[in-house]
Design a binder for this molecule. Structure first.
Ligand SMILES: [Zn+2]
Length: 400
């Protein structure tokens, strides 16, 4: 038995701190490890040597600010993780290793709303095919992250509402996929996974507090507080789509009037352009026309940005995030939407909170959620497992 506070338990705790920092970041220099763990440079150096010798991490030469440095990552062949992302009209799967390298990735169009079992059949086949393409044994799969486009109870794995996924009634998505693949599955909604994806791989790298805003059929925010997803006890944190902007506005599906969603979600926004642009418009098409200079589309995109900004301003006052990452199709509009978001934030948020905030487009596009599913497995995986596992040193590098 180790006594808390003893030399050996302190050493073990330091090992876990270093492994955790590296696991969450993908790769870090020794100086970055020292900064993020608060350990001294000498302690980090000793611990990294020990972890390298027992095969938990791999160390490769790199340069940091023009100086020679050593990049530390978890061993690439210690195991693989799988991300599965269901959207309303697509299925995307990615396979990655513990060094945060994406080894294989593929997306297929699919009508997920129609039939859940068909969706899971396709997911099972695609996972098998992609894992096989990496040449790594399926037995090396340590865990699977699953993203669904709606509210989900992370603890039980059940859907909060089947109104959003009509064909999924009575299904526990986590259990379903776990039974099929024979490995532990962790599940979360698309906004939270988008946040995690951008935090680890994209527009949120380097910050600890961010909000990922996704506008599609609804509007949601994935909230990262101090490096971790904040879900709240019922898993509904981040439902900014139902902030009231106009109490005598249009009736929302939640029963209230004038929610943010009724000013920003696709079915309301496209309706504004129906008279002038006809029936066939989609959000990607509207964004494309806006970028090409279409005045009506530019106006509507700007208005959507202004309204999102009002929601972001509230978020800013409550949580004071350092970064807001806009995901989804709308992010492709760039400054046409980001400028109005920033204007609203500076108008409606407390100046001290607004000053510290940067509003950026997502860097991962449609990949954010599936990479977030990979990051979910990587972030929830216990470091003890890694430290006690039988792992070997292999090839280096970071790539997404
Ligand atoms: Zn509402």
């Amino acid at each position: 038995m180790e006594t808390p506070g003893s030399q050996s338990s302190l050493h073990r705790a330091n090992l876990e701190r270093v492994v955790r920092a590296v696991r969450l970041a993908g790769s870090l220099t020794q100086a970055e490890i020292a900064r993020s763990t608060g350990l001294s440079a000498a302690t980090v150096s000793n611990i990294v040597r020990e972890l390298r010798d027992n095969g938990t991490v791999q160390v490769t030469p790199t340069s940091s600010g023009g100086r020679r440095a050593r990049s530390v990552a978890l061993s690439g062949d210690a195991g693989i993780v799988v991300g599965v992302d269901f959207g309303h009209s697509h299925l995307r799967v990615a396979v990655g290793n513990l060094a945060h390298q994406v080894l294989a990735e593929q997306s297929e169009p699919i009508d997920v709303d129609a039939s859940a079992s068909q969706g899971f059949d396709r997911a099972e086949q695609l996972v098998a095919r992609l894992v096989q393409s990496t040449g790594i044994s399926p037995e090396k799969v340590l865990g699977v992250g699953l993203g669904v486009p709606g509210p989900i109870d992370v603890e039980s794995g059940t859907l909060g509402s089947t109104a959003i996924l009509p064909g999924w009634g009575g299904i526990n998505p986590r259990q379903e996929l776990s039974d099929r693949l024979g490995v532990p599955v962790q599940v979360d909604n698309d906004a939270n996974l988008g946040a995690l994806g951008e935090l680890v791989w994209g527009g949120g790298r380097g910050v600890k507090d961010l909000a990922y805003i996704k506008v599609s059929s609804g509007v949601g925010a994935g909230l990262v507080i101090d490096g971790r997803i904040y879900r709240g006890p019922g898993g509904t944190a981040g439902e900014i789509g139902h902030i009231t902007l106009d109490e005598s506005g249009p009736v929302c599906r939640c029963g209230n009037r004038g929610c943010l969603e009724t000013f920003t979600a696709a079915r309301y926004v496209l309706e504004l352009l129906r008279g002038s642009h006809g029936d066939g418009l989609t959000i990607p098409k509207m964004v494309q026309l806006g970028r090409e200079g279409d005045p009506g589309c530019r106006r509507v995109i700007g208005d959507v940005g202004r309204h999102i900004g009002m929601g972001v301003a509230s978020l800013c006052n409550l949580l004071n995030p350092s970064r807001v990452v806009l995901g989804g199709d709308l992010a492709e509009a760039g400054e046409l939407v980001l400028g109005p978001i920033r204007e609203s934030v500076s108008r409606y948020a407390i100046p001290s909170a607004a000053q510290r905030l940067s509003v950026v487009p997502g860097a991962l596009g449609a990949r954010a959620e599936v990479l977030g599913a990979l990051a979910l497995v990587l972030s929830e995986m216990g470091d003890s497992t890694l430290l006690d596992g039988n792992v070997q040193v292999d090839t280096p590098a970071f790539s997404a």
